[in-house]
Design a protein around this ligand. Structure first.
Ligand SMILES: Cc1ncc(COP(=O)(O)O)c(C=O)c1O
Ligand SMILES: [Zn+2]
Length: 398
């Protein structure tokens, strides 16, 4: 039995060239090849945690041994994670997928799964002595960073496309972040955030451009395994922007297998993107490992309006290794999906979540997914954060 959980982080490792680095230094991408760095752990030592999990607090820090923060005093938590997995009984009948599950991330602090990544990244930043953070965000990540920075006493600077949902703008103001609205897309916001970081000595916590947001997101993979009795579903359907959730869950499955917590079976990972912004789907269909910048990106799902992703190769590798797929849906289909989740299951989801229902319908129709398979839709956020776009769209459906 383990009595005092501790982190068994050992070092950082480049996911591309394999070079290793200290986790005790602030790091962003690999200094040698500029690709994504992963946190690595002594998994032999961490493996014993499994038997101790039951009595732990219901938040993502229950997986402390495979989380990056060494000193418990640096953990900034608002109770994120251990979100419910719901048996979607009515929707299952309606779409013809009898074993359908929904993981409801809308109940996370700040209303989306972004809380996980930012709880991890802001906590580790605090541990490393960083005090001023910056980030570009399509929306929900900004609110989450602002909240965790507030709770930890760090300065938060956010660069956001000016048409980001108003909820995300308001929450930044409420949490006391410095908000700059950018005339452009998330990649434009990223450039300005990077320049400001260099000028003002801020630490940029853009997703996958520092190693720890993925560590927060990976806890979705741990939870899915634990909550389903260590048997993963057949298919996980994920609304994809930068793809950090796919990368994180895939890493979690690998770690759990190495620790002997699960076997070698993996869910098929399904990437869903918007028809108006689908760089990863395009690369998947073309058989490429890297995605090109998607021109003129547009979709009402702000979290999926990500025209270029640094972790493209990691997402596409996971999709291919798992035997999964990548597909698009239209904005109109997303809104119908939101309506389905709300009216059939009482779950008022963000358009990103609605996209999953539309994608599942398509995959059942063309036989990519069969009726007897256990499918989990990762409903990443709450519809309450998208009232400005969902109000007219849902009224129009009536
Ligand atoms: C609600 C929601 N779903 C999905 C995504 C996409 O997440 P990822 O970057 O892991 O692909 C985002 C990103 O902002 C989001 O806010
Ligand atoms: Zn490298």
């Amino acid at each position: 039995m383990i009595s005092v959980p501790e982190s068994f982080i050992t070092h950082l490792e480049c996911s591309n060239c394999g070079l290793t680095y200290e986790h005790t230094d602030p790091m962003r991408t690999c200094p040698s090849c500029e690709k994504v760095l992963f946190a690595r752990y002594d998994l032999d030592k961490a493996a014993g945690a499994k038997v101790d999990l039951q009595g732990r607090d219901p938040n993502m820090w229950r997986y402390r041994e495979v989380m990056p923060v060494k000193d418990e005093a640096n953990i900034i938590t608002l109770g994120e994670g251990m979100t419910p997995i719901i048996d979607a009984v009515r929707l299952a009948k309606e779409v013809g997928s009898p074993r359908l599950l929904l993981k409801d991330e809308g109940v996370c602090p700040t209303g989306s799964f972004k809380a996980r990544g930012l709880s991890a990244a802001v906590s580790k930043a605090k541990e490393l002595g960083l005090t001023k953070l910056t980030m570009p965000s399509a929306g929900n990540a900004a609110g989450a960073m602002a909240a965790y920075a507030a709770a930890g006493g760090l300065e938060a600077n956010v660069f956001m496309p000016k048409d980001a949902p108003s909820a995300n703008q308001v929450e930044c103001l409420a949490y006391g972040a410095n908000l700059t609205l950018v005339d452009g897309f998330i990649n434009d916001a990223g450039r300005i955030s990077g320049e400001t970081a260099a000028e003002r000595g801020l630490f940029d916590v853009s997703t996958l451009k520092e190693p720890y947001r993925a560590e927060g997101k990976k806890t979705m993979g741990y939870e899915i395994a634990e909550q389903l009795g260590w048997r993963l579903p057949d298919v996980i359907v994920y609304p994809t922007g930068g793809g950090t959730g796919v990368v994180g869950m895939w890493k979690a499955f690998d770690e759990m297998e190495r620790m002997g917590w699960i076997g070698s079976d993996r869910p098929r990972m399904v990437v869903v993107q918007a028809e108006g912004c689908a760089p990863l789907v395009k690369a998947y269909e073309a058989g490429e490992r890297h995605a090109e910048l998607f021109p003129n990106p547009h979709t009402l799902a702000a979290g999926m309006r990500v025209p270029v992703a640094i972790g493209d190769y990691l997402v596409l590798d996971a999709v291919r290794e798992s035997g999964g797929t990548a597909l698009t849906v239209t904005d109109e289909q997303m809104v119908r999906g939101v309506s389905d989740l709300s009216s059939q299951e009482g779950l008022f989801a963000a358009p990103e979540g609605g996209a999953l229902v539309a994608a599942l319908r398509k995959m059942l129709d063309d036989g990519t997914v069969s009726r007897d398979e256990r499918v989990l839709l990762l409903v990443t956020g709450s519809g309450l954060k998208y009232l400005d776009v969902l109000t007219p769209a849902l009224v129009a459906l009536r």
